[in-house]
Design a protein around this ligand. Structure first.
Ligand code: GDP
Ligand code: MG
Length: 324
């Protein structure tokens, strides 16, 4: 043991021994490492601390994924859509209804302690939904803005059994603090502001007086943002909500048809709206954009097998046979 370790090193070590979960362990170990004097005599000790930090980090990640919690959410599926709103509006309940995830639902604020992802299926498209802490939760300030700014779309959830108009204004205000504004397309604006496609989800339409409040909310939105009235409690299917979530992502599904065979309609290629035949070709294989000569297309509003060129803009549901 090298001598001359400062006394607060030992109090950090005590905290480490008494730590109840991996996160506390990591904090104490990092403190010990920071306090430890850096010279030859402490090389081994410092290496040992780093090993223990790595081990505790793995442990923390494992514990987090068991509970379904995570700080960074890896994108999966055709898009990442964040549920955002004030406490108690039904974000967690919606995630539980739309996906296989089982977030904590409670009739008291701040039940969701961290971001929690779940996969929603709209027809044949998997879409990732992420439940989050309430927008006004100070504890979430460290990570919620970055999660929002990097996602593909937002579900702004308000509560029709409460004051949805005030909640909508309050939510937009917090989003503005996060440098996020609502719109219909994702866009990088001036001064680091991100515009995100947003669907206003007016939840708890089973509550008394909900229809009247939804009417007022729709009037306020006046077509500036899409909205939908739902009940996470009584509507077990929420089919229209799934479709609208798909819609705000501005994506299209295009299917591959082999030259002598049928298209596989279970496995769409996901493209951004406005992308063309050559973008589809590239998505199928990186060399195909260059090699592509033409394609035959099947879809609504076309003749079956109609020949189209590489700059033809694709629509949801089109099927293509590529000629390389
Ligand atoms: N009546 C009714 N209650 C709901 C609905 N959705 C959620 N709740 C209730 O509202 C409370 C808060 O829900 P929760 O999902 O935890 O809200 P969060 O804080 O936004 O995640 C819970 O008691 C839910 O059971 C709904 O559509 N109708
Ligand atoms: Mg919640």
């Amino acid at each position: 043991m090298p001598a001359n370790l400062p006394p607060h090193y030992f109090s950090a070590e005590k905290r480490y021994r008494e730590a109840k979960d991996p996160r506390e362990k990591i904090e104490a170990l990092e403190l010990m490492l920071a306090i430890m004097p850096k010279h030859k005599g402490t090389d081994h000790l410092r290496a040992d601390l780093r090993r223990r930090i790595a081990r505790a980090t793995t442990e923390a990640e494992r514990a987090a994924s068991k509970k379904g919690y995570s700080y960074r959410i890896r994108k999966e599926g055709a898009g990442q859509v964040v549920l955002a709103g004030l406490p108690n509006v039904g974000k967690s309940r919606l995630l539980g209804t739309l996906t296989e995830a089982s977030p904590e639902v409670g009739d008291y604020p701040f039940t969701t302690r961290n971001a929690m992802p779940g996969m929603m299926k709209f027809e044949n498209v998997p879409i990732q939904l992420v439940d989050t802490n309430p927008l006004n939760d100070q504890n979430a300030r460290a990570w919620l803005p970055s999660l929002l700014r990097s996602c593909d779309a937002v579900l702004l959830v308000v509560d029709l059994s409460d004051s949805p108009l005030e909640q909508f204004d309050a939510a937009l205000e917090v989003l503005r603090e996060f440098k996020v504004v609502s719109g219909t397309e994702k866009e990088q604006m001036d001064e680091g502001i991100i515009k995100l496609p947003t669907l206003v989800v007016a939840n708890k339409n089973d509550a008394a007086g909900a229809a009247e409040k939804y009417k007022l909310l729709s009037k306020k939105l006046a077509g500036s943002l899409p909205s939908i009235s739902v009940s996470a409690e009584t509507d077990a299917v929420l089919g229209d909500l799934r479709r609208q979530i798909f819609n705000i992502l501005n994506i299209v599904r295009v299917y591959t048809k082999p030259r002598s065979g049928k298209a596989d309609f279970n496995d769409p290629v996901i493209l951004n709206a406005g992308e063309m035949v050559e973008d589809f070709a590239q998505a199928v294989h990186k060399d195909f954009r260059r090699k592509l000569k033409y394609a035959n297309i099947w879809g609504s509003g076309k003749y079956d097998g109609q020949r189209v060129s590489r700059d033809y803009v694709l629509q949801d549901g089109d099927t293509l046979e590529l000629h390389i």
